[in-house]
Structure formats: structure tokens, C-alpha cells
Design a protein around this ligand. Structure first.
Ligand SMILES: CC(=O)SCCNC(=O)CCNC(=O)[C@H](O)C(C)(C)COP(=O)(O)OP(=O)(O)OC[C@H]1O[C@@H](n2cnc3c(N)ncnc32)[C@H](O)[C@@H]1OP(=O)(O)O
Length: 400
């Protein structure tokens, strides 16, 4: 154990120190004055906790967003990021103290869900987070890929450089984002951080916007650099669209960019059918499936009540939550909703396993097979699979 203390930060100099400390834990140099000028105000709107001994040795922060849950409702979401403990002070409970303070703060402020992108998979389960959306990386060999003749056509694409695109990104995302469960809103405080990331790239960042018969219906943000074996690599960071015409139209555009060997679309939804666009589906290679976001239910009753459920027999789940015991209890979940109950449970699970079910990322049967939930009534598993399943893969699509 260590003798550190934890408190909320509000002073600008401490916020900047915590920001640089976090960067240091990722082995990134301190941010420039220009970067700080851009994000200082946004950071002041975040909830930043830090541990001191008496120097600042660790930090966590979160920003307020909303997330779409299955069925379409939006819930308040704390997007957790900026987690770091200075080298030399790790593995003595600093992160645990910060997490405890942060979770308590979320509960007191009425946050229903919290979510994060994890640098490592072994860190966050102990705090009640579970992998709740998955993504895949798709690499398309540009010279091997030809769109099938019946792929949707029509529409127009315009390309913007970074300075112009910065003015349009919020509206583009507003018009095309938040269409799947797991997707989040991007409030004003999000964009300066996003701009910093784009400006850090070496070389132009381009934005291609697709317009269909009803106006803007999709966009991609990409960047070209030399990849492995001298192959020119076009990396797609953002790809959002409202309809199949824009999906096909933007892929048609990407294939037309000259001096590119590979198109690498990172962190795409699992069920996005890129390979089906091509005459040779092997032109698209899935090079990785990743845990995209980790979810933490802060308010289990509110979280369960807000989403919809598939057509199956109701099931009673018994949930345990070591860090937020107000969530402990039995919940009856059925097509008509979810509420607390005293009825005997069919399944017992920890709040982190509930997070893995919540967006339908994993079937209950997979959690049972791996010992992540206790089955008291075998018939319940298939019902839970149907209740929590989603028609489209849940996906966040926003890095924070
Ligand atoms: C959402 C985001 O921002 S993701 C970014 C996360 N940050 C980083 O990866 C930066 C580099 N790493 C770090 O700064 C630190 O190692 C942290 C923040 C990951 C962990 O901080 P620490 O203060 O060392 O964690 P703490 O001592 O509280 O550990 C708590 C438990 O987690 C375990 N743990 C912590 N980090 C790791 C890890 N990387 N891998 C495996 N286990 C870990 C500890 O062993 C400990 O286990 P125990 O409770 O069984 O004893």
C-alpha cells in the first residue's frame, strides 16, 4: 500500500500537469503550448482525479457524452480516458484508489454508464468493466479489389483538407453518427482533442464527403503514409454513413485514390460487409478483431430499464457489484422491460459480465461456457441470448 491521497482537480496548472503525466505513461512527450491552448478549456469541463504523494503521481479523467443503447434510447455516459500512473509508483494501489473515487463520483452524479478504450486487457475487469463492443481491422488490397457491378452507385464525393474539414466534422458526425447501439454523441468538448490527434499526424489528413439524393449521407477521414515493405498505406480513421449508397460510394472513392497499395480501415463494426462489395472477397483481409470499448454499468437498474429486449421468456439475473453495492440484487428482464424482483434467479453474474451482455457483444452461453456467469437454470441461457441480442453489431466508432 502507498500513502497517496486522491482528489478532484480544477486548477489549470494541475490539469496540465495531469495531462502531461498521462502522456508520459504512454511514453509520449509533453504537449506543446499550442496543443494545450486548444484543449485546456475542454479539459476543464472534464472530471479529472489525481493521486498525490505529495507530487502528482497518477490520474484518471472522464468527459460527459451520451450513448445509444439497444432500442435507440440515449443514456448519460462518462467517457473515461487519461488513465495513468507514473513509472516508479505503479503496482501499489494508485489506480485502484483513483478508480474507486471515480466510480463513486459517477454514482453520486447520476451517471448511468461509463466506458473506456483499454490499453491492456487485464486492467479494468476488476473495476466492473467488461468488453462490450468489438471491432475489426480490415485491410483491402487496392489493386486486387474491384467493386461488384451491382454495388450501389450514384452520389458524389468531395474532398476537403484538414483546415476546411475541421469546420465540418461536427455536422458530418451529427448527420451520420449514433446509428448503432454503443455509438456516442460528440459534444463540443470532444473536438479540440480530436483536432490535436489529427494535427499530430505527419502528412495530410483528408476528409471525403459523400452526397446522395438527400444530401450528405457519409464521410471518411483518412491519411496516407509509407507502410511495411514500402507499401503505401491509406489508413481510414473515420467512416460513418447512413445508407448503403454512401458505404459503397465511399469505398469506390477510396479505391480510386492513386499511389496507394493497401487501404487499412481500423476499428470497424464486426458485421460491416466490406468484403461483399468486391468481386474477389479475398481482396479484403480481416487482420484483427479487437475489444473496442469496455462498459461499466454505474446504475444497473437504470441501465437495464433503458434498453429494449428481444422476444423470449423473462429471466431473473442476480447481479453482484463489489465496488458499487447499491447495484447488488435480482433483476427480472423480459421483452416488456427490466425491474428489480425478489424472485429466485436463473443466472448469477458479476457487473462486469453484465457489461459484456449489455450491448449484445457476447451471448450468455459464451459467458457460461467460460465460467463468467453461474447457471442455476439451464433453460435460461437461450432466453438471455435472445433477450440481449442485437440485430446489428454494437459499435462505438469514436476514439476518446
Ligand atoms: C482508459 C485509458 O486511459 S487506458 C490507459 C491506461 N494507461 C496506461 O496503460 C499507461 C501505462 N500504465 C499505467 O499507467 C499503470 O500501469 C496503470 C494505470 C495501468 C495501473 O496503475 P497502478 O497504480 O499500477 O495499478 P494498481 O496498483 O492500482 O493495480 C491494481 C491491480 O491491477 C493490476 N494491474 C494494474 N495494471 C496492470 C496491467 N497493466 N496488467 C495487469 N495487471 C495490472 C495490479 O497488479 C493490481 O492487481 P491486484 O489488485 O490483484 O493487486
Amino acid at each position: 500500500m502507498s500513502d497517496h491521497t486522491v482528489r478532484l482537480l480544477t486548477a489549470a496548472d494541475e490539469l496540465r500537469t495531469s495531462w502531461n503525466l498521462f502522456r508520459g505513461t504512454l511514453h509520449v512527450k509533453p504537449g506543446s503550448d499550442e496543443e494545450w491552448d486548444r484543449i485546456g478549456e475542454a479539459l476543464a469541463e472534464s472530471r479529472v482525479f489525481a493521486a498525490f504523494d505529495p507530487e502528482l503521481i497518477g490520474t484518471v479523467r472522464s468527459a460527459a457524452h451520451e450513448v445509444v443503447v439497444p432500442g435507440g434510447a440515449r443514456l448519460p455516459l462518462a467517457a473515461v480516458t487519461g488513465v495513468g500512473v507514473r513509472a516508479g509508483r505503479t503496482r501499489r494501489g494508485v489506480l485502484s484508489a483513483l478508480q474507486t473515487a471515480q466510480l463513486q463520483d459517477f454514482a453520486e452524479r447520476g451517471t448511468v454508464l461509463a466506458s473506456l478504450h483499454a490499453t491492456e486487457g487485464a486492467i479494468y475487469g476488476r473495476y466492473g468493466y467488461g468488453v462490450s463492443t468489438l471491432s475489426r481491422t480490415v485491410v483491402v488490397d487496392r489493386r486486387q479489389a474491384t467493386l461488384r457491378p451491382e454495388a450501389p452507385a450514384g452520389g458524389e464525393v468531395s474532398v476537403f483538407g484538414l483546415e476546411q474539414a475541421l469546420l465540418h466534422w461536427p455536422d458530418l458526425y451529427g448527420a451520420t453518427g449514433t446509428r448503432r447501439p454503443g455509438m456516442i454523441t460528440r459534444p463540443a468538448h470532444y473536438w479540440p482533442m480530436n483536432e490535436n490527434q489529427a494535427r499530430r499526424l505527419d502528412g495530410p489528413v483528408e476528409t471525403a464527403v459523400h452526397r446522395g439524393p438527400d444530401g450528405v449521407d457519409g464521410y471518411v477521414v483518412y491519411h496516407v503514409e509509407r507502410g511495411e515493405g514500402d507499401r503505401q498505406k491509406l489508413t481510414v480513421f473515420e467512416f460513418h454513413y447512413t445508407d448503403p449508397g454512401a458505404f459503397a460510394g465511399l469505398w469506390r472513392f477510396l479505391l480510386s485514390v492513386d499511389l496507394v497499395d493497401d487501404i487499412v480501415a481500423i476499428a470497424r463494426p464486426l458485421d460491416e460487409p466490406v468484403e461483399l462489395l468486391f468481386t474477389d472477397p479475398r481482396a479484403a483481409k480481416i487482420t484483427g478483431v479487437e475489444d473496442e470499448t469496455w462498459l461499466r454499468l454505474i446504475d444497473v437498474p437504470a441501465g437495464l430499464a433503458a434498453r429494449t429486449y428481444g422476444p423470449a421468456e423473462p429471466v431473473v439475473l442476480e447481479v453482484t457489484d463489489r465496488l458499487l453495492p447499491a447495484n447488488d440484487g435480482r433483476y427480472r428482464v423480459g421483452p416488456d422491460g427490466a425491474e428489480r424482483t425478489d424472485t429466485a434467479p436463473a443466472l448469477r453474474l458479476d457487473v462486469s459480465a453484465l457489461a459484456m451482455l449489455y450491448f449484445g457483444a457476447w451471448p450468455a452461453s459464451a459467458l457460461a461456457d467460460t465460467g463468467r456467469l453461474e447457471v442455476l437454470d439451464d433453460t435460461a441461457l437461450s432466453h438471455v441470448d435472445t433477450l440481449f441480442g442485437t440485430r446489428r453489431s454494437s459499435w462505438c466508432g469514436t476514439f476518446f
